[in-house]
Every structure is written in structure tokens, then in C-alpha cells.
Ligand binder design. Sequence first.
Ligand SMILES: *[C@@H]1O[C@H](CO)[C@@H](O)[C@H](O)[C@H]1NC(C)=O
Length: 329
Amino acid sequence: MHSRFTQQELPACKPILTPELVMATFIFLGITFIPIGLSHLAASDHVVELIDRYDEDCIPTDKFNPSAAHHNRVGYIQDVKTDKTCVRTLTVPKKMKHPIFVYYQLDDFYQNHRRFVKSRNDEQYRNPLADHRTGNCEPESLNNENKPIVPCGLIAWSLFNDTFTLSRNNIALPINQKDIAWESDKTHKFGSNVYPKNFQSRGLIGGAKLNESIPLNQQEDLLVWMRTAALPSFRKLYGRIETDLEANENINVVIQNNYNTYSFNGKKKFVISTTTWIGGKNDFLGRVYITVGGVCLLIAITYIIFYLVKPRPLGDPSYLSWNRIPASN
Ligand SMILES: *[C@@H]1O[C@H](CO)[C@@H](O)[C@H](O)[C@H]1NC(C)=O
């Protein structure tokens, strides 16, 4: 068969990697990546962030007796009768422009565990006629009377239930909790006519209760929680503060410390943060850009030095092994 294809004669780009081309490419990568990296770092530096770990401080000290700490803390948090209010005062480090995002952060909470991630039934969450669809939801599929739990599964069951109320100078500082979930979750993934049923009514209480008169797609804290985090340390959006905060202002945070991370030594943090075009505070991407750009420049410089000190003509046939003078042994 003789064709241009079998003879490998199809038109193709056959670049010749001359030293000039290689050096120019590395220099170009270096001088574009380093400024990109610097601008990321500058943006990240602009973000004002306030983090307050409260899980340990919000347990009364008499429950914190180290010898029996584990038992006491879990007992305290599971006791529905004790008041779990905890007041914290935070000082704003720098002026924070609105919108200011309010998050809770959990550390050492494995929302990414395989059996946890799969413990849900999206058909049930979406379709009002699919109450009975509780596949994958064990052990949170049926209540004690064999009625289906809506929303079923361990993710929904473990919904975060600490609450935060803010004030400054004794004036309430409202947190807007609307529009914190993904739009597609509200319009597609969760139904506007699916209502919670038999939720948290079976055995151990895992977390927050849901209002049975509000459809799932409007329970935005649930939607945020149900987008499981990929890493064991994660933040979830709680709401937004829609006024500016001035430097050195004191913010009063009243926490209802309900959520049990004590039985597995997880940590709980309250976070408020501004954002810029790169999102929240994150130096990683900027550092990666600068490192890659720096390595490219370094390679380019090495090439240039070799090129100047020990140049050799391109395509010189005397370098071919069969043209070399054989070694003298
Ligand atoms: C909050 O969740 C914990 C489990 O993490 C549960 O023991 C507690 O009863 C819940 N409290 C409220 C008020 O929902």
C-alpha cells in the first residue's frame, strides 16, 4: 500500500529545538509566571481573616478535668438539659470591607470517608414521590416505626448544629444566611416540594433538626453541609456580614456549642474573612507559580551559560557515534 499516510508523509509540525528556541521558551515561562505568582501573593495578603478555635474553651472548666476529660466532655455535649451558650470576644485586626464571609471550620472530621460520602439518596431528596427510596442510607433510612427518614443517610443526619450570633457595642450584627448554597443545588439537586420527615427521630441524635414546613431546597445550611468536603479539615459557609468592620473593634460572638466533635477529638473554629479575586487567604498557588517560574529562569540561565561557554554547532555530523574516532583500546 502506497499512500502518504503509510509513508508518513502527512503534513506535520516538526519543530527543531534549537538552543535559542528552548532558552526563549524558558525565559518566557519564567517572566510570565513570576508576576502571576506575585499578584496572587499580594491578593492573598490583602485578605483579612479572623480564626477562633472554641471547642475547648467552650467546655466549662470543671468538665475539663484531664483524667476524665473525654468522658466529661462527651457527657456535657450530649446532655440536652445544660445550657451550652458560650460567649467569645474577638478583635478585628484590620479594617474589613463587606461582604465579610462567616464560616465554621472543622478539623479532623472525615466527611470524605467512603461510607459517609455514599450514605445519601439523591432521588429521595429531589422527588416528592420517592420518600421510600432510602437505598444507601443505612443506618439512617427508617425510623423506629419503619417510616422513611427524609432526608435519609448519615450526611444529613450529622448536620452541623452550632449557632453563632454576633454583636458589637451591644448592637446586634446580623449575619445574612440567605444564598449560601449552590444555585444548582437549590434548583436541581434538592426538591422544592420535598419536606423533611421523621428526621433525627431515631436513636442517637446526630446533629441539627430540620423545620418540617420548609422544603429541602430552602434549607441552605443543609445544602452546604451535604456538599461533602474532600479533606478532613474544611470550612463551610455560615453566612455573610453586610457591613464593614473597623480595625480594633471588638466583636461579641455568642455560640451555642452543641455539635459533638469531642468523641473523636475534632476541632471547631469560628472564622470570618474577607475575599479578593483569588478567594480567601491562600498562599499556595502564588508560591507554586513563583517556584515554577524561578525553576524555568534557572534552567534558561544554565542553558545560556552552556551556550556561551561551550557552544556546538547544530546538527554537526561529526558527533555521530559512527563518525567518532574509535577509542584507542
Ligand atoms: C446537636 O448535635 C449533637 C450531636 O453532634 C447532639 O448530641 C445534640 O443533641 C444536638 N443539639 C441540638 C440542640 O440540636
